[in-house]
Design a protein around this ligand. Structure first.
Ligand SMILES: [Ca+2]
Length: 163
């Protein structure tokens, strides 16, 4: 029984590693511009503030992931992505909203900003919906091809099959 101790222990080590998840996918998210302070800004009115903040909240909810990387090492697959901090999103949106750059967000600026955000979010959602539909269509096509292949294979197909 001592004969198989080395292969068995190696196999046990691999199994232990697989079961513990060390060969799985490890994902890390790096926050970009993490220590950024919110930019000081004034609002013409409460209406301007609420229009702006609704837009910022939508942008935060749809924060884009950038610089996605996937790598493989001895420890398994590793993925990493960058994402902006909430303050960085807020500051970028202030710059996008304050059209004349005077540090005061007017109702007109906030309303125009909000309309741009709504259009951007709608475009993102339409794109995601389109991608989902294309994926479903590709899946259906693949399933239909798999169903049709055994019954309706052409002469060229059957001649290449081993007999
Ligand atoms: Ca302004």
């Amino acid at each position: 029984m001592k004969r198989c101790s080395r292969p068995c222990s190696s196999l046990c080590a691999v199994l232990l590693c697989l079961c513990s998840g060390c060969l799985g996918i490890r994902h890390t998210t790096r926050v970009i511009r993490e220590n950024e302070k919110p930019r000081p800004v004034r609002f013409e009115s409460e209406q301007a503030r609420s229009l702006f903040e609704a837009g910022v909240n939508q942008m935060k909810a749809h924060k884009e992931v950038s610089n996605f990387q996937l790598s493989f090492s001895l420890l398994g697959w590793r993925s990493q992505a960058d994402v902006l901090s909430d303050n960085a999103v807020y500051n970028d949106e202030i710059l996008a909203c304050d059209a004349n750059g005077d540090g005061l967000i007017t109702v007109a600026e906030a309303a125009a900003y909000r309309a741009r955000v709504d259009a951007k979010i709608a475009a993102l959602e339409a794109k995601a919906k389109e991608a989902k539909a294309a994926e479903a269509k590709a899946k259906d096509t693949k399933a239909a091809e798999a169903k049709a292949a055994p019954a309706g294979g052409s002469a060229a197909d059957t001649s290449s099959r081993p007999t």
